[in-house]
Design a protein around this ligand. Structure first.
Ligand SMILES: Nc1ncnc2c1ncn2[C@@H]1O[C@H](COP(=O)(O)OP(=O)(O)OP(=O)(O)O)[C@@H](O)[C@H]1O
Length: 350
């Protein structure tokens, strides 16, 4: 993290809907100019958290500060329109009867006409949508609508930009391009942004910080690189990629597994389990004996599904190398010991 001031502070944020604990004691700080991605499976509370920051939801407990100003909690509730946040909805929610220019100017009604026109012209130029300014939403492609929605959210110069699944309505091919362009505009403007996504790759790609949620709780938060390379929890390890779970038993020499012996880190108690990314395994001339169940070429990557004595589930191996192997072939495996992750068994992955 850098030493920038905190633009958003969530402290013990809690919200129930009847019996459902949508948010439980969520605390997080986001430095100015950074993008945080809220990521997690459906129903984990991402949207409720975003809506709480926007002021569309109230809190049961906890508090929210935006740019140092309390906006929710401890008896305070600042109305959404006074929070200085820009909100970008998943479906863009552009007004169909207004031109692009009028859509962008919509949130600036408090300004004098000349000032409003200047602001709209400025953001249109920054986002590079001059050619679209006099069109109407139905005359725009999905990617163009997305940029107009971004311009509209940014025109009032919010302190915080909130984006709810902003790229999920775009086709795969367009999505990566629009995502790159959008996030570079957000970064160039020095905006602090909170982006909700259910896509682990998207979270890793765009978040300066990633906050992984599960059943209303924050599991862990940090840079995407740290969370992928050195997750603190088995849940995070398995959320961001496919993972092999290898049963282990502890002994004085370390952890015994069907894939050999690994050093045992100091774990509090319980039987540890070993997690192994598919790319930590490779074929070799000697090593652990295995049988090929299936080989699939996934474009850049090749995936082998392998049967290993002592493992009930197939072991998944992935890499860029191509192997001339067929189902039934006997092969040998090597495991990159530096990529072995060990967690207590009670750290559920579900
Ligand atoms: N207004 C509401 N009334 C009742 N329950 C709600 C309400 N809003 C959300 N919930 C519940 O709170 C939990 C969290 O929902 P939320 O929409 O925040 O999850 P999410 O992570 O954004 O999910 P998704 O990715 O599917 O949008 C869910 O169990 C949901 O059913």
């Amino acid at each position: 993290m850098n030493s920038a001031k905190s633009m958003l502070v969530l402290d013990g944020v809690t919200r129930h809907f009847g019996d459902v604990a949508a948010l439980q004691d969520v605390s997080l700080e986001v430095g100015e100019g950074l993008t945080v991605c809220l990521v997690g499976h459906s129903g984990c509370g991402k949207s409720t958290l975003l809506r709480s920051i926007a002021g569309i939801e109230t809190l049961d407990h906890g508090s929210i500060l935006i740019d140092g100003v309390p906006v929710s909690g401890h008896g305070v509730f600042v109305q959404p329109e006074h929070r200085h946040v820009g909100f970008m909805f998943q479906d863009y929610a552009l007004f169909p009867h207004l031109s692009v220019r009028a859509n962008i100017g919509f949130g600036l009604s408090g300004l004098a006409r000349s000032e409003r026109d200047l602001r709209v012209a400025d953001i249109i130029e920054r986002i590079g949508i001059g050619a679209l300014a006099d069109r109407y939403p139905h005359m725009l492609s999905g990617g163009e609508q997305q940029r107009v929605a971004l311009a509209r959210a940014l025109a009032p110069r919010p302190r915080l930009l909130l984006m709810d699944e902003p790229f999920s309505n775009l086709d795969r091919g367009l999505r990566d391009k629009v995502r790159l362009e959008t996030m570079s505009i957000v970064r160039d403007l020095g905006m602090t942004a909170v982006v909700v996504t259910h896509d682990p790759e998207e979270a890793l790609a765009i978040g300066d910080m990633v906050a992984l949620m599960k059943k209303g709780r924050l599991v862990e938060a940090g840079s995407g690189e740290r969370m992928y390379d050195a997750p603190w929890t088995a849940y995070a390890a398995s959320f961001f990629s496919r993972i092999n779970t290898i049963p282990a038993t502890s002994s004085a020499e370390g952890l015994q597994t069907p894939l050999g012996r690994f050093p045992a880190p100091a774990l509090k108690e319980g039987v540890p389990k070993v997690l192994l990314r598919p790319q930590a395994i490779s074929l070799a001339a000697t090593g652990i004996s295995a049988r090929v169940i299936e080989r699939s070429v996934l474009g850049e990557l090749e995936e082998l599904s392998l049967a290993v004595e002592g493992l009930t589930a197939p072991l998944i191996m992935r890499g860029t190398a191509r192997h001339d192997v067929r189902p039934g072939d006997e092969v040998f495996l090597q495991v990159n010991a530096r990529q072995v992750m060990v967690f207590p068994d009670d750290d559920a992955q579900d």
